[in-house]
Design a protein around this ligand. Structure first.
Ligand SMILES: Cc1cc2nc3c(=O)[nH]c(=O)nc-3n(C[C@H](O)[C@H](O)[C@H](O)COP(=O)(O)OP(=O)(O)OC[C@H]3O[C@@H](n4cnc5c(N)ncnc54)[C@H](O)[C@@H]3O)c2cc1C
Length: 508
């Protein structure tokens, strides 16, 4: 047995959401047990631990929004709520024996590639360790973004982000401002409208909202899915297939979305009778350009007498008065930000330093790019789960995560075949070619042509978040690592005088 000065593992996984837990399951299934999962929080779940706002649920049906290797025949609803998804991830953790690998309160502060030893030096809130490989699954929607609004510091009421809900704050009888009208906000609004005294929704851009085919899953369905697993698999296949068929309308033929847009308009007309309110709520861009939202209760909530919609963003806070960009003034007791996350500026990127001494954030200053959504040039043996251009507008992110995990497993297999103390570094030419091909395909998509500004786009207007194809295509291109796309790095042979080496090994 070998002993080192510091702890060394084969793989460090960062994050314990769907991505990190999925990575842990796949590593164990591959017989790899020499790994740790570093999580900054005190429990698993990622998105589904942090987002506990009233009304929080998935917007892709649960039978598709779950791991293929961990089906749950007992999802309570088509779109199950956050407590059920969180409980599912806790169960996955137990079922697959992941607990011994988990390190909580172990935020990764930095990771630096050691070009001599060919390993990652990682500083965590619980001390240092090294690893041959890092799998970064820190999540695309993990760090909430609160806009820098002048005067916000002087606001005397309550302020929080939807992803960090303050359950100790009682909203009953309060005048509340909801800032933003994205996927989280449209779930929050109907959930809190009956409770609060007044609710003012600050809407910079209206979303397109479609009906949500939500219902309880019956006991008969639970029974059938448990007793005849093929029915569960069939349900998942159907849910998947329908979404795959929708992709070409988003990526190649946005005009086909006209019918969907008409349906969304009719959905609004049914719930909102006031033409002035309807005018405020009608988007001026093609449906699909921003994420299509699903709700049966959002429009009815907006039509209630205790709700106001301000069709402008929040510009300034003066005392307890919120001033919108159109000059509207509203006095409130609490501000809830539903203003999204750091997506195109993922925080982990500024903590990771690669082979050239630059951080991932510096390398990505003109836009994120990574080979097959995973490998950035100059960052050997470092894979990002849900990396650049792996997001989806209409289907389950778990499909993309599982494809990237296939890639991770093949990456480790290739390293094994190549020998000891080997690393793979994506060739800059391969990364650029991959990224250029994606950007070329992006030109025809509704995300580029639909006439909107969305969180899919970075500050340069480039879409570095969404995958412009089907999930089946992504599965195909991530099945295997193509070694021609990588440089193989080999560490110099050890001299035998191991004490001069940074890693001191001694027979135990
Ligand atoms: C409200 C909401 C609803 C959503 N609904 C859907 C849906 O219906 N369908 C869908 O496909 N997608 C949905 N998404 C997207 C969702 O984020 C992904 O589907 C998926 O959960 C991402 O998993 P992840 O493991 O990559 O990231 P996360 O779940 O965000 O997990 C990342 C983890 O990394 C940890 N972490 C971050 N930085 C560090 C660090 N430096 N050190 C240590 N740990 C760190 C975090 O604490 C977190 O636990 C939703 C997102 C939100 C916010």
């Amino acid at each position: 047995m070998a002993e080192r000065e510091h702890e060394h593992v084969r793989v460090v996984v960062i994050g314990s959401g769907f991505g990190g837990l999925g990575a842990a399951v796949r590593l164990r299934r591959q017989g790899i047990t020499d790994f740790v999962v570093l999580e900054r929080a005190g429990s698993v779940g990622g998105t589904w631990r942090d987002n506990s706002y009233p009304g929080c649920a998935c917007d892709v049906p649960s039978h598709l929004y779950s791991f293929s290797f961990a089906p749950n025949p007992e999802w309570p609803r088509n779109f199950s709520g956050q407590p059920h998804i969180r409980a599912y991830l806790e169960r996955v953790t137990d079922t697959f024996g992941l607990r011994p690998h988990l390190r909580f309160d172990a935020e990764v502060k930095s990771a630096r590639w050691n070009t001599e030893e060919l390993y990652w030096e990682i500083e965590t809130a619980q001390g240092p360790l090294t690893a041959d490989m890092v799998v970064s699954a820190t999540g695309p929607l993990s760090d909430p973004q609160i806009p820098d609004v002048p005067g916000l510091d002087s606001f005397e009421g309550k302020v929080f982000h939807s992803a960090r809900w303050d359950h100790d704050y009682d909203l009953r009888g309060k005048r509340v401002a909801m800032i933003g009208t994205g996927a989280s906000a449209i779930q929050v609004v109907p959930a809190i409208q009956p409770t609060v005294d007044r609710l003012t929704v600050f809407q910079r851009t209206p979303p397109w909202v479609m009906p949500r085919a939500d219902r309880k899953i019956t006991r008969a369905e639970h029974w059938l899915h448990t007793k005849v697993p093929a029915t569960r698999a069939l349900r998942r296949q159907l849910l998947w297939g329908i979404r795959e068929l929708q992709v070409s309308a988003f990526t190649k033929r946005p005009k086909e979305l006209g019918l969907v847009q008409a349906l969304a308009k009719a959905h609004m007309h049914r719930a909102v009778k006031d033409p002035a309110l309807r005018a405020k709520l009608t988007p001026d861009y093609t449906i699909g350009c921003k994420r299509i939202l699903l709700s049966n209760s959002y429009y009815p909530a907006l039509a209630k007498p205790n709700v106001d919609v301000v069709a402008a963003g929040l510009k300034e806070v003066r005392g307890n008065t919120l001033v919108a960009a159109d000059g509207t003034e509203t006095e409130v007791d609490a501000i809830i930000f539903g203003t999204g996350f750091h997506v195109t500026d993922m925080p982990i990127a500024s903590r990771v330093t690669g082979a050239n001494g630059t951080t991932l954030a510096e390398e990505w200053k003109d836009g994120m790019e990574a080979l097959r959504g995973s490998s950035a040039a100059g960052f050997p043996n470092f894979l990002t789960i849900i990396g650049p251009n792996t997001g989806l507008g209409n289907s389950s992110m778990i499909l993309m995560i599982e494809s990237q995990l296939n890639y991770m497993i093949d990456y480790l297999r290739q390293l094994d075949l190549l020998g000891d103390r080997i690393a793979l570094d994506a060739r800059p030419s391969a990364v650029h070619a991959w990224s250029a091909a994606i950007q070329q395909r992006m030109e025809r998509t509704v995300w580029s042509t639909g006439g909107c500004d969305s969180w899919y786009l970075d500050k340069n207007g480039r879409n570095t978040t969404v995958w412009p194809g089907t999930t089946a295509e992504f599965r195909k291109v991530t099945r295997q690592v193509d070694l021609a796309e990588y440089q193989v790095l080999r560490a110099p042979a050890r001299t035998g005088n191991e004490s001069t080496d940074k890693t001191v090994e001694a027979a135990a």
